[in-house]
Write a protein that binds this ligand. Sequence first.
Ligand code: MG
Length: 169
Amino acid sequence: MSDSFCALDIRSGNGFDVHRLEIGEGLWICGIFIPCALNAIGHSDADVALHALTDALLGAACAGDIGTHFPPTDSQWHRASSHIFLDFAHAKIKEAGGRINHVDLTILAEHPKISPYRAEMTKKLSELLGLDTRRINIKATTTEKLGFIGRSEGIAAFATATVSFGDTA
Ligand code: MG
């Protein structure tokens, strides 16, 4: 059965990730190191935003999830920079004939405050994805001190990616 059912083939993918926090000297978010009194625990660099975005891109490409491609049991990903995962997912998009139209991220954290770093994060994502900054949106919210995020025991991120396929114009 052909899957060419529509000339305008636009797909969206979503991603979600959580990392545990501990006392530390800073953490990676969106490819930016933010110095603060916390550290994100993870097998790789524990960049929660890039992990959520990687899953969103894999979702749009119908290419599985980050844990399947980069299992935490594999020692080669220990302390790996998460742009490796993002590049892999972007390659899956391109292999399938896709082009990213837009990405939207929501970071949930009590600490650190994201807004001072938003412009730098947007620029970094623009570089990593080869995407105009006007097609990238980064939002942040607290959870009003509720739950594990509110207690700064963890950080979470949601991502949505919109990708067009078969449109090479
Ligand atoms: Mg993760």
